[in-house]
Structure formats: C-alpha cells, structure tokens
Design a protein around this ligand. Structure first.
Ligand SMILES: [Mn+2]
Length: 416
C-alpha cells in the first residue's frame, strides 16, 4: 500500500501574484507526482486553503486537480484546518465534499456527552481513517477532551491499518522557537493507530513513539511566509509505502517541491546610513548569480540616521530584475532607525509580536462575569482574525459588510 500525506497547503496565500504562482505550482507538482506514483489515496491534514473564501482562480485550480485524482481513482481524505474555517464555521471543504471531490473524514456523533468518531474505510486498501479537524485558538481541544477513547479502540481493533488525522501542535514536538504558542500533549491523541498524519505545525517532523507508532508532520507544501521561506527554501510532502504483510514496516519518502531556486541575503547594519546599507545590498546583488532565483533579503541592526524607507528598495528590485531574478522579497522588521526608536521606543519585533504584546498589556482592563483572561484572549484573537477578512471576488460592499457583521456576531454570541 502506498499513500501520500500533505498538510498546510495554504492555497491562496501570498499577496504577490509571483509568489502565489509558486504556491500553485507546488500543488500541481505534488498532485501530478501522486498520480505518477500511483498512490492508493491521499491525505490532506488541514489548511488546504489559506482563507475560508479562497479566490476563484485558486478554487478552479484545486477542483481541476481533485477531478484529475478522481479520474485516476485516487481518493482524497481530508480534515479542515484552522485556516479553512470562516469565524462562523463555514468551510470550502464541505463544498468540495458535496461535489464528491474529497471526503472529510472528521465525522462522528455525540452520545452521552462523549464524541464517538466514525471511521472511514478506504475501499481499495481496507485502511481505517478518522481524525479531528483543527480550529483557531485551539478550539479543537474540546473535541479531544470529550473524545470516547474506548469506543474508538473497539472500532479500530479489527482493522489491519489505521490512520488518525489531526491539525494541532503537540507540546512534546514543539520547537524552541514556538515555545509560547498554544499546544496540547501527545496523550490527547487516541492510541493504537499505525500512522498519525499531522498538520498545523509548519515543520517537517517524523517521530516514533511506543503507543503512537508514527507521528508525522510534512510541513507546509510551500513556505507560507518570509521566515518559512528563509528557513526552508521549499516545502514538500510525504509518500509512505507500507508493507501490510504481517510486519507493517513502512518506508517514508519526503518529496521536496523546489519550484524555484532560492537565495538568502542577510545584512546587518552596524550604525550605518541608509545609503551605506543600500550600497551593501547592491554589492550582494551584483556578486551573486540571480538568474531565475527567488531572493529573500533580511535587514537587521541599526540605522545611524534617516528612516528604513530612505533605502531605495525600488531601485534594488529593478537591479535584481535586470539581473534575471524571479522575485525579491524583503523583510526590514529587524532594522531599527535611531530616530524612530527615540519617538516610539519600539524594539525589534514582528507585527504579530507587537500585536500580542499590546493585547497582553491591555487584558482584563474591563472586568466581566462571563469572560476570564483565557476567554478574553481567545475572543480578541478571533475578532482580530475576523476583522482581517478581505472582500471576496465579486462580493458587493453590502454583502461583505453583512458577512463581517454576521461573523463578528457569531463570535461574540449575539443573535439578531
Ligand atoms: Mn497551517
């Protein structure tokens, strides 16, 4: 038996069309490879789309590729991830399932307050598949807390091979860099499955544990932001070959999707002027072969005078284009200008860190009976997420306004 495990595809991420193209290209390549390799089925462990309402051209691409899989008799088993849901709980995964293009395997019913998960059986291989979807702000935690573990053990015991899909960060596998992010212990996962197909943690991890056999995160199919691009250069997915005769030994192959070559440039300004920093970047661009490369340029340190925007980025982009680069992305969040520091007292941080710091500073200033600190934090994060929604293609101002209001109401718990 052979199957593919993809996660965190985030189709529709990246504002720059050139970056969006790379992400789409990685998806096309992955599906084509699965067809060529004749896998028995494919797993999507959450975050197929970057937003609940993906752009129409991206939706068109995904449905086209899913149809190709269907024509090749390769079923797709998926769970929605934290990015696939609108704040009021709507997801495109349901649309694709209704069209018969994939199966959402997170199904079950609540009996006496406990969640009994339903197994989906892959017809060709007899593999039993189930899992739990991912939700923003760890709202999926309640599913695990109320999971009927005994029922599930009984259901899976007669099966030869069983897979559990999840979309959450596991505390024990969390890297140091994400120490502060929310997570849950491995012990939340039901025991006895052969393969735990993870998503959400944008890192590649393979872990073998006594009660849990194989826990695997493939990482994103294509890097989803500047830092991921800088660290990994490319994303990828797994193809797993299982020898189902007795031993159940498996072979793991990680397939990198290198859609474009990547060049990392890091420049630290030690009290230089914007002109000096610009000159240094120019030199780097001139010294490297840029042909068809994607360049990530990260600036850090201090500027002795002027502002970050005094660096003429437009001319640097033009230079990289002249030298044949595919695209240049810059990140200046670590570059401080001494003028700005005096005014705002800001220290080097990403916009997410600044946002988080401001939220933490202002928490619990208004005391209510119905919101504790945890609840308030969750509500603020969810509201910020809801407010960052963009008008969808073809949506009128009125329907957009109505949607935002409805979703905000759903979060705050107001009805009409
Ligand atoms: Mn993700």
């Amino acid at each position: 038996m052979k199957f593919a495990h993809l996660a965190d595809l985030h189709i529709g991420s990246w504002r720059e069309p050139k970056m969006g193209d790379l992400s789409s290209k990685a998806f096309i390549e992955a599906i084509d490879l699965c067809i060529k390799e004749k896998v028995d089925f494919i797993l999507f462990a959450g975050d197929l789309f970057n937003t609940a309402l993906p752009p129409i051209d991206k939706l068109k691409l995904v449905t086209k590729k899913l149809k190709e899989l269907q024509d090749n008799q390769i079923p797709v088993y998926a769970i929605p991830g934290s990015h696939d849901f609108s704040p009021s709980g709507k997801t495109m995964i349901d649309v694709l399932e209704n069209a018969g293009l994939l199966t959402n395997i997170c199904k079950g019913k609540v009996i006496d307050g406990l969640l009994q998960l339903k197994l989906t059986i892959d017809q060709k291989t007899g593999t039993g598949i189930t899992g739990i979807l991912g939700k923003k702000g760890m709202l999926d935690r309640t599913y695990y807390e109320n999971l009927d573990y005994t029922y599930l053990q009984k259901e899976i015991s007669p099966l030869q091979y069983k897979i559990f899909l999840f979309h959450t960060t596991l505390t024990e596998l969390k890297p140091k860099s994400q120490e502060k992010s929310e997570s849950q212990p491995i012990s939340f996962l039901p025991k006895g499955f052969d393969y735990y197909a993870g998503g959400h943690l944008h890192l590649r991890i393979e872990e073998q544990l006594p009660d849990y056999n194989q826990i695997v995160y493939p990482g994103p199919l294509f890097p989803n932001n500047f830092s991921e691009l800088e660290e990994c250069g490319s994303g990828g997915f797994y193809i797993i070959e299982v020898n189902t005769e007795e031993t159940k030994t498996s072979k793991f192959t990680w397939i990198p999707l290198q859609s474009v070559e990547h060049l990392n440039i890091k420049i630290e300004s030690k009290h230089q002027t914007p002109v000096q920093v610009e000159e240094q970047i120019k030199q780097q661009l001139e010294n490297h072969d840029l042909n068809n490369k994607l360049i990530t340029l990260r600036l850090s340190g201090h500027l002795i005078s002027g502002k970050v925007n005094d660096i003429n980025f437009k001319s640097l982009v033009e230079l990289s284009q002249q030298r044949g680069a595919y695209h240049l992305l810059k990140n200046t969040s670590g570059l401080q200008s001494e003028e700005m520091e005096e005014i705002f007292g800001l220290s080097a941080s990403t916009s997410e860190e600044t946002e988080e710091r401001i939220i933490q500073e202002h928490l619990q200033q208004v005391k209510t009976d119905f919101l504790d600190k945890e609840g308030e934090l969750r509500l603020i994060r969810n509201l910020l997420h809801a407010a960052s929604t963009e008008k969808a293609e073809g949506e009128t101002k009125t329907t957009f306004e109505k949607r935002i209001l409805e979703e905000t109401d759903a979060l705050v718990g107001i009805k009409n």
